[in-house]
Design a protein around this ligand. Structure first.
Ligand code: KG4
Ligand code: ZN
Length: 342
């Protein structure tokens, strides 16, 4: 079985091929950063047009890398949501037309399920059950995972997603879009003793998150500075990152205690953050849990490999689209895609 995976939920076109026998065969990514940079964020219409321009040549490039032909593909998985409506439609229409022409099944995949399963593409791969922390530009979720399609949402953000908080803070500090990785780089040069920001919802017993207060606190600090020199920016970035990381680590540990699980998996763009990975790793060690399961950076941020892999697992479980209708879900709860919940 060879599954073609297509990701177009936001500002990256990702195409990959996953083989049942040989694992991931090819994984191509086209980033739209340069296209949106002048606007300081993603412009949805430009994103859709760029996906349309990119999909066909990128698929041909992906196939060429594997020496496979379209006739070797047995199923097509595409991101059906959540994400930008127009961007999702480009991938869904492409996948469904191709599936129709080749007479092979297609399947719409939940983007966050892709992130949730991405660490299973690695050699050091988690077994079920595990706790998943998913942190991206649009979502912050703590999920109890008992198997493919067996997801229980334990906590989520009540306002901004972590990645969104990173991006907005980066913008306040004058960093270019997309700000998360740039802020993390700047934070490395920061003095940890200069600023201190609140740890949101840490004393709250639930597993939910809230990051908008932290963002306001950074805004107040920034507006009080007479001189926003590079060192001050780095010090603020450091204190911001520390507040986020400490909050995420504490909530993960609390969720591990509540579920009794011994494995923690991370996914989503923010999971590429080095400080978060290191601090989760040491917290797990201190508490005698298994080592952290974290995808390589390229599988944390958006990619086609995770969609091909999620599609492979679901096709294997007998799933596929039931109609030829092109359906996407800009907002879509992870729990609604569970198919094996007891
Ligand atoms: O999963 P992703 O690539 O796209 C969405 O599904 O949203 O996540 C993108 C988010 C952005 O907010 C970006 O700033 C953030 O992940 N991000 C990071 C890092 N790399 C990407 N945040 C913190 N540290 C990083 N190293
Ligand atoms: Zn994502």
């Amino acid at each position: 079985m060879h599954i073609l995976g297509i990701e177009t939920s936001c500002d990256e076109t990702g195409i990959a091929i996953y083989s049942e026998q040989d694992g991931l065969l090819a994984n191509q990514l086209h980033s739209q950063i340069a296209l949106h940079a002048d606007y300081g964020g993603v412009v949805p219409e430009l994103a859709s047009r760029d996906h349309n321009r990119t999909l066909l040549p990128l698929m041909e490039q992906t196939l060429a890398e594997t020496k496979l032909s379209l006739n070797d593909i047995s199923g097509i998985a595409y991101t059906a949501g959540p994400g930008l409506m127009g961007a999702l439609l480009t991938g869904a229409a492409f996948a469904k037309s191709l599936g129709f022409a080749l007479k092979i099944p297609t399947l719409g995949i939940h983007h966050m399920e892709g992130h949730l399963l991405a660490s299973m593409l690695e050699e050091y791969s988690p077994e079920f059950p595990f706790l998943a922390l998913l942190a991206s530009g649009g979502h912050t979720l703590l999920v109890a995972v008992k198997g493919v399609g067996q997801y229980q949402l334990l906590g989520e953000t009540l306002d901004d997603a972590v990645g969104e908080a990173f991006d907005k803070t980066a913008k306040l500090l004058g960093l270019p879009y997309p700000g998360g990785a740039a802020l993390a780089k700047l934070a490395k040069m920061g003095n940890p003793k200069r600023f201190h920001f609140p740890r949101p919802m840490l004393d709250h017993p639930s597993l939910d998150f809230s990051f908008s207060g932290l963002k306001t606190s950074v805004l107040n600090t920034v507006s009080k500075q007479d001189n926003m020199d590079e060192q001050t920016k780095a010090d603020i970035a450091q204190a911001f990152e520390e507040a986020i990381v400490e909050t995420l680590v504490a909530k993960c540990l609390r969720a591990m205690g509540k579920t009794g699980f011994s494995r923690l998996v991370i996914g989503g763009g923010v999971a590429a953050n080095q400080s978060l990975r290191q601090q989760l790793q040491s917290a797990l060690k201190r508490n005698s849990y298994e080592e952290l399961f974290s995808p390589r950076s390229a599988f944390c941020t958006d990619n086609g490999a995770m969609i091909a892999y999620a599609g492979y697992l679901r096709f294997k479980a007998g799933q596929s689209d039931k109609t030829l209708d092109i359906q996407v879900h800009p907002r879509w709860s992870l729990e609604s895609i569970c198919f094996l919940n007891e």
